[in-house]
Design a protein around this ligand. Structure first.
Ligand SMILES: *[C@@H]1O[C@H](CO)[C@@H](O)[C@H](O)[C@H]1NC(C)=O
Ligand SMILES: *[C@@H]1O[C@H](CO)[C@@H](O)[C@H](O)[C@H]1NC(C)=O
Length: 753
């Protein structure tokens, strides 16, 4: 039922970003400088060594090789920099008009939303955390009878089922409480954590009592959920509470069981009401069938099973996907999202609405650069201007039909009627009958000979399945939009250790490499299906990993050449030096200004540079190695030994912004080796050139010495961790000694051979 008022005002607005002109001028000048660098490299290339054996020739050979290598690295960097430019060339920012939405539509005309939360392991993802996620989305500021929440539990855990049961009872109190006091955020844990005193002093003591009683209820529920979690099993007493527990009598292990499906709150049931008599959202627990002989396709398989089950129960036209380790921090996100879908002018072509991830537990200067400030402030708005952001696997509202493989067609969608898409619920069937029919679609064999995992639902077979899924949706003609409301929509926990952060990057980048070489390659598959700009944006991420090779060359070879007395850059007194200095320092300064404009700090910028370097020379490299090994059929190589340091210490160090190195990992060996190598070279260069006053020689090597000096500066926390720190976050000696040897060996070779 559309109300007639304000018919033609759009429900969302799109503004272009500021600062595009300085950026483009900077790009033009950098581009010119890069051309000069190339001219210099070609004009002053050392002579090609002829076949010969005398010493001079050998020396020439080294010189030539080093030069060519550097040239290739510079070409690669320039190419990748162009992809970055494509990403940032234009940026758009979206805002919604929720006011207009409520003026124009009755709440009864809002589309239904099916919320899918995936969880995989009750040990790693504690049930109480998942409960908070579930409650935060059940309490959305949205008509409750239009919301259905599905937990797809790949761990098949009765602990998780019990937690859902508790959540469903607590929601009867929690949702009216949220409504009454306009609670934010609506995850009880986060809410009670933050608001330590009653919400509003002006309220009567009745309100205080209410507040205290809800808090007490929450804490009791938390205790009830946590005690069986600690025990690892459900007591007899709890077992009797719900017939659903009987299902676990047939479960032999978490990887071998039948489909378990329980509609915990049935939204159709007239008795499913909260304490104020309002309807409750539907809540469904699902553990799809698992059998050892079937491939389960991880999270993508779990999502697809939930998509199918939801289509039999509530079949809402909008699907929201949230990870279980984050909660809704903004109860209006659902309204924000439907402002896009319901917009009369442009809504019909929008396939999905992506919110950024925000994080709690960030330190003041974001020591591991996990806030992704630039990604959400600059890069994704840039991708949005090219046709829409990628799907990042969480915090994303999908149109069910586009997710399920429908192609966009401009006629079919115009003037769509969202109300008719609701209410496909099978009103006559009883809950038990619905449960039985749903079990079929969550079985192992259901997907055989179907397009699920290929053209329908989330795609299988890649570590970045979400990105590929989003890309395929865009290739079917749909647009996507990126929205970052002032108050973050979805908040999760960021990695609090360096190694966690590096491993996360490795997985993501490794998946991106796989994406590039898959049949969904952004260049080939996307050709003529999406804009060229969007293809470049996807390539920027998909081709991130090779940066590691170019960067490793840059952090090692110029320093070693310094030892050997080979000059690789123009002299400081030579005008050719200008483009080199401009490109290098211009980019550094630009990135600093950019970060400050986005609300960052100088120290945050420094940390970002450090993590940029660390990530590229380790995670990005391993992402390539992972893929090469996969080609040879080696998929499971456990490379990483995670630390078992007591966690209280570690989180204390995290709060003090001390980098955490306390683990044995080849990643740290690489970091330490590169840091030490440059330290040795710098010490040697200072002694040789500055103390021995060879000012003429300095002229030739100035840039190499500066580069080496900057690397030493950026690596200061590594030296500290190697030699100065005494805490458990220091570099283990099993890394220190080999790294010293690995760093010294090439130095000796460069000096004496
Ligand atoms: C996250 O930060 C909050 C507040 O600073 C703290 O209470 C909580 O223990 C932290 N959680 C983790 C997992 O570090
Ligand atoms: C979550 O919402 C609260 C307000 O309820 C806000 O203060 C906080 O900054 C938000 N969290 C993030 C990470 O943006």
């Amino acid at each position: 039922m559309r109300k007639a008022k304000s018919e033609h005002l759009p429900l969302f607005e799109t503004k272009s970003g500021k600062g595009l002109i300085p950026f483009r001028l900077f790009v033009a000048s950098t581009l010119a400088s890069i051309c000069f660098i190339f001219v210099y490299r070609v004009r002053f290339m050392p002579a090609v060594p002829l076949l010969g054996n005398n010493e001079l020739e050998a020396d020439l050979g080294v010189r030539w090789t080093a030069w060519i290598g550097l040239f290739l690295a510079e070409i690669w960097f320039s190419f990748h920099w162009l992809l970055v430019v494509a990403l940032k060339w234009k940026r758009i920012y979206r805002t919604t008009h929720k006011q207009r939405l409520s003026l124009r539509y009755d709440e009864a005309a809002f589309p239904g939303i099916d919320i899918i939360v995936c969880t995989a392991d009750a040990k790693i993802e504690p049930p109480i955390m998942v409960v908070n996620t579930i409650l935060s989305v059940m309490a959305y500021d949205y008509p409750s009878d239009k919301l259905s929440v599905y937990l797809s539990d790949d761990g098949g855990s009765d602990l998780m089922f019990y937690a859902m049961l508790e959540a469903s009872r607590f929601s009867e109190q929690w949702i009216p409480f949220c409504r009454k006091f306009k609670v934010e955020p609506r995850s009880p844990e986060a809410f009670f954590d933050r608001a330590s005193e009653p919400i509003d002093d002006h309220h009567s003591s009745m309100a205080n009592q209410y507040w205290t009683s809800i808090k007490k209820l929450y804490e009791e529920m938390k205790a009830r959920i946590e005690s069986p979690t600690k025990l690892g099993r459900i007591s007899e007493e709890i077992h009797k509470q719900h017939k659903g527990f009987r299902e676990w009598n047939f479960v032999s292990s978490r990887s071998d069981h039948q489909t378990i499906l329980q509609i915990i709150i049935d939204g159709r049931d007239a008795k499913a009401l909260d304490t104020e008599g309002q309807p409750l959202p539907t809540l469904v627990y699902l553990a799809r069938e698992k059998r050892p002989q079937y491939n389960h396709n991880f999270k993508a398989g779990s999502m697809n099973a939930a998509i199918r089950v939801s289509s039999r129960i509530s079949n809402a036209p909008i699907i929201l996907n949230v990870d279980c380790d984050m909660y809704s921090n903004n109860s209006e996100s659902a309204r924000d999202a439907i402002c896009f879908f319901l917009d009369e002018d442009k809504g019909h072509e929008i396939g999905f609405v992506q919110f950024p991830q925000a994080f709690e537990n960030l330190t003041d200067n974001d020591i591991y650069s996990t806030s992704m400030r630039l990604v959400t402030e600059v890069e994704l708005p840039g991708v949005d201007s090219n046709g829409g952001p990628c799907y990042i696997g969480t915090g994303c509202f999908h149109r069910r039909e586009s997710l399920c493989g429908k192609k966009y067609s401009s006629n079919a969608c115009q003037g769509e009627d969202w109300t008719s898409k609701n209410d496909v619920k099978i009103e006559e069937e009883s809950v038990d009958e619905v449960e039985e029919t749903c079990k079929v679609v969550a079985s192992c064999t259901y997907e055989e000979n179907t397009e699920w995992g290929k053209e329908m639902g989330v795609k299988y077979g890649c570590a970045v399945e979400d990105v590929i899924t989003g890309f395929a949706i865009q290739c079917r003609g749909w647009k996507s939009v990126f929205i970052k409301p002032e108050r973050a929509g979805f908040v999760g926990l960021a990695p609090t250790k360096l190694l966690q952060s590096l491993i996360q990057q490795e997985r993501w980048l490794g998946g991106q490499v796989q994406f590039f070489f898959s049949k969904y390659c952004p260049i080939l598959y996307g050709y003529k299906k999406v804009s060229f700009g969007l293809q470049l944006c996807y390539c920027h991420y998909a081709l991130g990993a090779p940066n590691s090779l170019a960067l490793l060359y840059f952090v090692a070879v110029p320093s070693l050449c310094l030892l050997k007395g080979i000059s690789l850059f123009p002299k400081l007194s030579n005008p050719w030096v200008i483009p080199f200095v401009y490109v290098f320092f211009g980019n550094l300064i630009y990135s600093l200004v950019e970060r400050l404009c986005c609300g960052g700090t100088c120290l945050e910028w420094l940390n970002a540079q450090r993590n940029w370097l660390f990530g590229r020379i380790t995670s990005y490299l391993f992402a390539i190695l992972d893929n090469i090994l996969r080609v040879f059929g080696i998929t499971k190589w456990s490379f990483i030994v995670t630390s078992k340091v007591a966690d209280e210490d570690a989180s204390e160090r995290y709060k003090q912004e001390l980098m955490e190195f306390g683990a044995t990992s080849p990643m740290f060996t690489i970091l330490a080796t590169i840091a030490l190598l440059n330290a040795f070279v710098l010490v040697w260069a200072v002694k040789r050139f500055i103390l021995e006053e060879q000012s003429l020689v300095i002229d030739s090597f100035a840039l190499q010495i500066i580069l080496c000096g900057l690397l030493v500066f950026i690596n200061l926390p590594v030296y500290q961790a190697l030699f100065l720190r005494k805490d458990k976050g220091r570099m283990p000696s099993s890394i220190t000694y080999p790294s010293i040897a690995y760093a010294l060996a090439p130095c000796f070779i460069a000096l004496y051979y």
